[in-house]
Write a protein that binds this ligand. Structure first.
Ligand code: ATP
Length: 353
């Protein structure tokens, strides 16, 4: 059953475990029981806090780390068990880009992109047109003879992407590739990755600690916490219905909706004595609009709703929105039940007196 599933997938993590031996101490358990299937042609983002195990998971795909339990399959081949020629073959099919670009300072843009082809022993006559093609694909034609020190961060990452594509990989790994870039440059690099995914049908597995990167580019995502995958699935579904507290905490930074300070400063986890308001986050997906629902809450149930903040965003082609409201605490449960009955998701954020 598991092997059959793995055959159709670009990457399969099958109950992967990784512990690092420590001199004179207990081993560090970096990953435990991680199972994840990455379908071909998808862009899958892995998100998690520092030390959660993201890099360790990613580095198993090209054999830079080997699992101490379970298997990692790339195109159906067991990377952890591969050695010699088979491992080299797998590595040619898996390109990688890095946060700090890892370019050779002594080589020009052309020289950096050509390097993997030289290492693979390709003839010079084949290398030149291929490298020129790759440099054009990432929009650096005019800079082929420049050295890394003469490039901006975004340009360096474009070189990194061209170099990663040199051997014609099926999978591209990205380890925090935009973390060192400003927001505008991040957007252009993400756009380039999305174009490559679309044009070449490349499967992309990327690590990020920014939910915004996933929203902008990832079709699928996995949340890793303390070495375990705590949530995985299509990005849109997880944004709309985050199940795990870690996912929710990552999301709260990206939905673009924050409580106004005069409410946030007074927010309490339990209702204070006397008259109070329950603060509720309403999440709506697709075409579900909140306006008529809020009006009906007032009209049909006589519950007054205060709107505190709201925003509508897009994940791929799909809109989804968040609205923060408050209602009288005594009517909170009734209001939430009504909204949930109409396919809106609700979450109590706290209470204000
Ligand atoms: N070579 C190693 N030897 C010992 N422990 C390691 C080694 N590599 C990673 N670890 C430990 O494994 C855990 C996961 O590390 P990993 O680098 O995969 O996390 P991460 O989620 O990528 O973190 P960051 O976002 O900070 O890069 C951490 O506790 C780390 O200290």
């Amino acid at each position: 059953m598991r092997v059959e599933q793995a055959q159709g997938a670009a990457i399969t993590f099958d109950r992967v475990e990784k512990s690092f031996a420590q001199k004179g101490g207990a081993p560090v358990m970096a990953l435990a029981d991680c199972s994840l299937t990455v379908e071909p042609g998808t862009i899958t983002g892995i998100i998690g806090r520092s030390g959660a195990g993201k890099s360790t998971l990613l580095r198993m795909v090209n054999g830079l780390e080997r699992p101490t339990g379970g298997r990692v399959l790339v195109g159906g081949r067991d990377v952890g068990a591969a050695t010699g020629a088979e491992l080299r073959e797998i590595r040619r099919e898996v390109g990688m880009i890095f946060q700090h670009f890892n370019l050779l300072a002594s080589r020009t843009v052309f020289g950096n992109v050509a390097l993997p082809l030289e290492i693979a022993g390709r003839p010079k006559a084949e290398i030149r047109p291929r490298v020129e093609d790759l440099i054009a694909r990432v929009g650096l034609e005019a800079l082929a003879d420049r050295y890394p020190a003469e490039l901006s961060g975004g340009q360096k990452q474009r070189v990194g992407i061209a170099r990663a594509l040199a051997t014609g990989p099926k999978v591209l790994l990205s380890d925090e590739a935009t973390s060192a870039l400003d927001p505008e440059t991040t957007r252009t690099v993400l756009r380039l990755l999305a174009d490559i995914n679309r044009d070449l049908g490349l499967t992309i597995l990327l690590i990020t600690h920014e939910m915004g990167v996933l929203r902008d580019i990832a079709t699928h995502m996995a949340v890793i916490d303390g070495g375990r995958i705590v949530e995985a699935g299509p990005t849109y579904d997880i944004f709309v219905r985050p199940a795990h507290p870690t996912t929710r905490s990552f999301l709260s930074g990206v939905t673009g909706v924050t409580l106004p300070a005069f409410v946030a400063n007074r927010l309490r986890p339990a209702p204070p004595e006397g008259h109070s308001q329950e603060v509720i986050r309403i999440t709506f997906a697709g075409r579900h609009a909140t306006d008529p629902m809020l009006a009906r809450l007032t009209g049909e149930l006589g519950i007054a709703v205060n709107i505190l903040a709201g925003a509508i965003e897009e994940i791929g082609p799909h809109p989804f929105g968040n609205l923060l409201v408050s209602v009288e605490t005594g009517r909170g449960a009734e209001a939430r039940a009504y909204l949930e009955r109409h396919q809106l998701l609700t979450e109590v954020l706290g209470y204000v007196g």
